[in-house]
Each structure stands twice: as C-alpha cells, then as structure tokens.
Ligand binder design. Structure first.
Ligand code: AMP
Ligand code: MG
Length: 333
C-alpha cells in the first residue's frame, strides 16, 4: 500500500480514524452519559460525536458520497437526552467552535443515507457495551463500491495488533488497521500513527488447535451452536470472548484462527448490519483470510443496510475454512 502517496480515499480514512479515536478517548476521559436505544442496546456521547464527525467530514471531502451509519439524531433531538447533547456539543466544539445542536443533528443524520453504487458505511462505536465495560471496541469505516468493500479502516484503541500478536492495552495505546482491496492489510500504533506494517493470518491447519473468537455478549450469538461446533471440530481451547470488530483484527494478525457469529435470538439482528462487518471483513481478506456466512456464501454488501442475503458469519485464516463449514453442516443436520 502506498502510504507516501495515498489515494484521496485512503488519506481521508486514515485522518478520520485518528480523529475518531481522539473523540472516543476524550469521551472516555471526561464524560460519560449512556442512553438506551429502543432495542435496549446502549449508545453513548461518543457514538453520536463520531457519527457527526463523519457526517461533516465525508460531505466536505466527497460531496456526492452517501453515508450509511448506525445512529440517527432522533434520540438526541427529542430532548430526552439533554446531557448527551451538551456533551456532544462540547466534544465537537473543540474541533469546530461554531458547533450548534442544529448542526449536530444535520451531521448525524447524514448517516441515514440509502446505500447505492458507492457509499461509506460507519459504525462510530462498534461494541458500545465493551466501550462502557472497559473492554474492546472499534470505530469502523468502509467504502463500498458496486457491492464490494474497497477500503476498510478500524481503530482498536484498546488492542495492540502486530503480525502474529494481539495484546490488550490501555486506551490509546492500541492500533489502527487499514485495508484496501488488492493492497493488503496493515496496522500501526494509534499513538504515532506512522509506521504501518503488514498483517497476515495464521498458518494453522489443524482444526483441533484452532483459536476461536466470539462475541463477548452471549445475547449477540447462539452459544449452544457455538459449543456444538467447538465440540465437533475437537477444539480444545475455550473460545475467546471479545467485543466488536476487534475480533477481525485478531484474526488478521494471525493471533486467532476462526471468528464465528451465529444468529442471535434478537429479531432486530436477524440480518447483520453492514457497518458491523464491512471494514473488518476486508481487513481479514487482505491479510490472506477468508470471510463468508455460515453456509460458505460470500457476504453480499448490495442488499441495503443489512446483510439480508447472508446468515451468520465465519472468518478464518483460509486453511481452516473448509473444516469449519463442514462442522457447521454437521451440527445443523
Ligand atoms: P459483537 O461485539 O461482535 O457482538 O458486535 C457488536 C455489535 O453487535 C453491535 O454493534 C450491534 O450491531 C450488534 N448487536 C447488538 N445487540 C445484538 C443482538 N442482540 N444480537 C446480535 N447482534 C447484536
Ligand atoms: Mg456495531
């Protein structure tokens, strides 16, 4: 990847990722209001502030481009969350002193775009529960063109990722990961930001030795099915529980071999949201891995805001993909 002479999109994504990590860090340090969405999942000041940041910056850099993102301004608009609106304003006023509530609504709602031929998709804080708990979270931005993810950037502020290694660290000592189609997957420490090194998946071929990563939250997956798969593959180690697309980062670095996500019992998540997978999936593929749904089907990012034509998710180091799919067939017989 040419970091010295980057494409406009790559340059933009890297600069955005760094700013987003700073916003998350500031929210973590200074203030913390947590709201609850209608599906009872939490959302914080950082989710809105980072989406507003993207809404404004993408519009300035690529005026014709659409943004498809997780949040909408409705929750902060109805006045039910005045603390949060004050906090969002404070955070963004550090970057743009002229920030007002009205402008924040406008920037956040730019994320309600309709996915078309070319769009950006953003999860401002992926793994909000992890962010609040003090565990993993990520900011994930991807560019999708004609149904294919072309660029993905992930910040994992609490995970230091290097080739062959992923270590839990204090916030802001973590990593930024980036992938462009055909140009590999790379990581750099968030702190200095330069010095990208390339990532590659593990070379393990023995299913029983596989390291599996899964959602931290039991309610985000199906633990019975996961346990059965682990059993049929003869996997000895316990799956590693981790929030957010940090899981994809761990697979891309070669520190885990399989990522599994089963359909949860929550109907709202019958189909996965595109922003929960686009950036992470490209990072794993460009590190040499393989990403499909649980039936081995390619992820279809042209079905709207969700992966409506896919069920569940399997990411692997490629060598173990076949064995995992076979195991999945065996447990669903
Ligand atoms: P993870 O930490 O991998 O489970 O991913 C976090 C993402 O899971 C969040 O950003 C949500 O989009 C999604 N999520 C939240 N609640 C659920 C649920 N009940 N079932 C499935 N996915 C969920
Ligand atoms: Mg998410």
């Amino acid at each position: 990847m040419n970091f010295d002479n980057p494409s406009r999109e790559l340059d933009f994504a890297l600069r955005f990722a760094r700013q987003a990590a700073e916003v998350a860090f500031q929210v973590e340090r200074d203030m913390f209001s947590t709201l609850t969405k209608s599906d009872r999942s939490p959302v914080t000041t950082a989710d809105f502030a980072i989406q507003a940041l993207a809404g404004r910056l993408i519009h300035e850099a690529f005026p014709g481009d659409v943004l498809v993102a997780e949040e909408s301004a409705a929750m902060i608009k109805d006045g039910k969350a005045p603390a949060s609106l004050d906090e969002i304003t404070k955070v963004l006023a550090r970057i743009w002193p002229e920030t007002t509530a009205e402008r924040i609504f406008e920037w956040v709602d730019r994320g309600t775009g309709v996915p078309g031929d070319r769009f950006w998709t953003l999860d401002p804080i992926d793994g909000t529960k992890g962010f609040i708990r003090g565990d993993q979270y990520a900011t994930a931005l991807a560019l999708v063109v004609k149904g294919q993810v072309q660029l993905g950037v992930l910040t994992c502020p609490r995970l230091l990722v290097e080739r062959g290694k992923a270590a839990v660290v204090k916030t802001n000592e973590g990593s930024m990961l980036v992938a462009c189609r055909g140009q590999g997957a790379w990581s750099a420490p968030l702190k200095n930001g330069s010095g990208f090194s390339s990532l590659s998946v593990s070379s393990s071929r023995e299913p029983s030795h596989a390291v599996v990563v899964r959602s931290y939250e039991d309610s985000h997956t199906n633990t019975d099915q996961l346990d059965r798969l682990v059993e049929v593959l003869g996997i000895r180690s316990k799956p590693v529980r981790m929030d957010s697309q940090a899981k994809y980062a761990v697979v891309a670095a070669g520190a885990a071999d399989l990522l599994l996500r089963f359909r949860s019992s929550n109907r709202e998540y019958d189909a996965a949201k595109i922003w929960d997978h686009a950036a992470g999936a490209l990072v794993v593929e460009e590190a040499g891995g393989c990403v499909t749904d649980l039936h081995g089907k390619q992820l279809d990012f042209s079905a709207g805001r969700t992966l409506a034509r896919n069920e569940g998710l399997l990411a692997s180091n490629r060598h173990l993909h076949g064995a995992a799919l076979e195991g999945l067939r065996a447990i669903t017989k």
